[in-house]
Design a protein around this ligand. Structure first.
Ligand code: SF4
Length: 275
């Protein structure tokens, strides 16, 4: 069995979501990826920025950064499904692109860890006893001369609320299983605010997380009948199978009868289309 952080996280959010994703249940609805655009394009830029340009000692001008970013952006918009006239889309494509470009420049000015970094570092570890595979890709592995840090890039402006510590525990565990030592620091790098928030952890934290992971792994493995439980939560809103899910539809119907869940009046400015 192969477990990535994203499959673990899916299972924790809702076992049925995990199951449907694993079997590739076809009747998924497309979920607009508006909120992921900024983070994805900034992350992609920094991936080749550290892995190629900084490694090779090439200093990019602002014009070059703009040009490369624009190419990435246009390519990404061709691939992604985005509903630009959703009421919560407050920024146009141009707004997001310009914000990403400016923030990249600010982050490059502010930080100096790039020369010690590698981006999108993949580890796949085969566990001795079970032969299961733990697999993950770290956004940034920073090998300073005197310490090692693992950083996860975040595109959100909500610095305090949108963080998932377990994601970093997962990477720390992978790092430990590979190197027999823990990284010195784990942190979230917030592109929009140009800050890195380090989290507290020690060996006990990682061991506790490892035990939890083992329980989840066993629970998935033992679910032979593939009749996973549902777990209704705010994550249902982004579930591609929500309109196939009887539990979600029943909850929606109950809310409707109670007069809840009625769409709020539209707010926000009109956005422009196109790249
Ligand atoms: S809609 Fe919610 S409860 Fe139903 S499968 Fe998706 S995440 Fe699970």
């Amino acid at each position: 069995m192969k477990l990535t952080y994203s499959s673990y996280s899916d299972y924790m959010k809702c076992p049925r979501l995990y199951h449907w994703k694993q079997i590739g249940k076809p009747e998924a609805v497309k979920i607009s990826q508006y909120f992921t655009l900024y983070g994805s394009v900034v992350q992609k830029f920094f991936q080749y920025y550290v892995n190629k340009y900084v490694k090779e000692g090439i200093v990019l001008s602002r014009e070059q950064i703009h040009k490369f970013l624009k190419l990435d952006w246009d390519m990404m918009l061709e691939d992604r499904y985005v509903v630009w006239n959703d009421p919560w889309c407050k920024e146009s494509s141009e707004d997001i692109f310009n914000e990403a470009y400016n923030d990249i420049l600010l982050n490059i000015d502010k930080f100096d860890f790039f020369k010690y970094s590698r981006s999108e570092v993949s580890y796949s570890i085969i566990l001795k006893k079970s032969q299961d595979i733990l697999s993950g890709r770290m956004d940034f592995l920073v090998n300073y001369p005197d310490r090692v840090e693992i950083l996860d890039g975040k595109g959100t402006a909500k610095v305090e609320t949108n963080v998932d510590f377990e994601q970093l525990y997962f990477y720390a565990l992978l790092y430990y299983l590979r190197s027999r030592k823990l990284p010195d620091k784990l942190g979230f790098w917030f592109f929009k605010t140009q800050q890195i928030n380090y989290i507290d952890f020690d060996m006990d934290t990682i061991v506790r997380f490892k035990d939890k992971l083992a329980l989840v792994k066993n629970s998935i493995k033992n679910d032979k009948e593939w009749a996973p439980k549902v777990k209704l939560s705010k994550h249902c809103l982004w579930c591609p199978w929500k309109y196939e899910c009887d539990a979600y539809l029943a909850k929606k119907e109950t809310n409707r009868k109670k007069g809840k869940g009625i769409t709020a009046p539209m707010v926000g400015k009109i956005v422009e289309f196109g790249g």
